[in-house]
Design a protein around this ligand. Structure first.
Ligand code: SF4
Length: 366
């Protein structure tokens, strides 16, 4: 039985209310602050759309403020993060259980077999490989370990692999295990829950209105239904998306609001890293300021969530990783991503130490 509002309920954009906010960013910021920090409520759809569409380079000096709208948004996002979650940043390591050869056609993904990408199919990860990866991740400070499979959904052989690897990580580390393996059946969701998988990742990827531009082989509604299934079987929902794929700022707000309706425990925020051979290969990455704007937007619309910087952050944020941490982020994926190299975990841990931001658990790595 569905536990979540049916898809198709993207909150409407009240043009008059949004325009009034856009004409007066100082009022927008003050009302968002009052909503989130004084009343401890979530932002209204009009506020969310205005936060996405506001000119972040506008100077607030003339309005009695200080700096640009972006400066103010990031400062507010940080205060909201601390008030709604904690000072701590959680580190997670991901490992690819199955790389490449996916039959789906997600335009951003180098693991799709539909495109002529340099990423070629690899055999399934073995127990020994996962134990090595998991113990390394724990030593580097990760408190969670996520095994990710490039598939539409698991078949019998893949389910057996997932359950075997999950048991191995539990046996050799203290980390909690998350899994990402596409579209599930109710029986598969139950089996994962029984195996002690605490969290299941399945990103909505894009706003419902933009999703057909990005994926043709499955629908946004199918993604939504899997999230609903995961939650109804007692696992935490981890769901986010990718920004910078050509969506409008309004559609970025739509995605944030659609996710908010689901109240995910965790929201990975990916930035398009244009991969060779994919349909989005020629798209320009976001600028660091655009990426920071997206971070602040997602924090302000999803104040409770573990907002985790994920793939593409090195490309989009460049040297402004720290500004993201002080702009609403409270989670990082450390080490390499599924098919691209990330910064070294040591660089990330040092950055957090320099920022005086505590890392959740495993303080000894510092
Ligand atoms: S995003 Fe996932 S489902 Fe889509 S092509 Fe890549 S691996 Fe397959």
């Amino acid at each position: 039985m569905s536990t979540t509002e049916l898809p198709g309920t993207t909150p409407p954009r009240d043009a008059a209310a949004v325009d009034a906010y856009l004409a007066d960013p100082t009022r927008l910021l003050a009302e968002v602050e009052e909503t989130l920090l004084d009343r401890r409520e979530t932002v209204t759809p009009a506020q969310a759309y205005a936060l996405a569409e506001v000119d972040v380079d506008a100077d607030l000096a003339g309005a009695g403020g200080d700096g640009t709208v972006l400066d103010a948004l990031l400062a507010l996002a940080h205060r909201v993060r601390v008030a709604w979650t904690s000072e701590e940043v959680a580190l997670e390591s991901i490992v690819s259980g199955k790389t490449g050869g996916c039959p789906e056609d997600c335009s951003f993904c180098s693991q799709s077999a539909v495109f002529d990408s340099p990423v070629k199919p690899q055999p399934l990860l073995t127990v020994d490989e996962v134990i090595t990866a998991a113990t390394d991740a724990q030593r580097q400070g990760a408190s969670e370990f996520c095994i990710v499979y490039a598939v539409r959904g698991p078949d019998e052989r893949l389910m057996a692999n997932i359950l075997e690897l999950t048991a191995a990580v539990h046996e050799h580390t203290e980390m909690s295990v998350a899994v990402s393996a596409g579209i599930l059946t109710p029986e598969q969701a139950q089996a994962l829950r029984d195996a002690g998988v605490v969290k299941y990742n399945h990103n909505l990827e894009a706003a419902r209105s933009y999703f057909p531009n990005i994926v043709g082989t499955h629908s946004w509604d199918e993604r939504w239904e899997t999230l609903d299934l995961v939650r109804s079987h007692g696992m935490e929902v981890c769901s986010g998306g990718i920004v910078g794929m050509g969506e409008t700022p309004t559609q970025r707000a739509e995605l944030a609001l659609e996710l908010a309706a689901f109240r995910p425990t965790e929201t990975p925020l990916n930035f398009l890293n244009p991969r060779p051979g994919t349909p989005l290969a020629q798209r320009e990455p976001m600028t660091p300021r655009q990426a920071l704007h997206a971070i602040a937007l997602f924090r302000l619309v999803l104040p409770w969530t573990l907002l985790r910087l994920a793939g593409g952050r090195e490309i989009a944020l460049r040297d402004l990783q720290g500004a993201g941490i002080l702009g609403g982020v409270n989670g990082l994926i450390i080490g390499n991503y599924l098919t691209t190299l990330g910064r070294s975990p040591q660089d990330d841990v040092r950055m957090l130490k320099d920022l005086d931001v505590p890392v959740r658990a495993l303080q000894d790595v510092l």
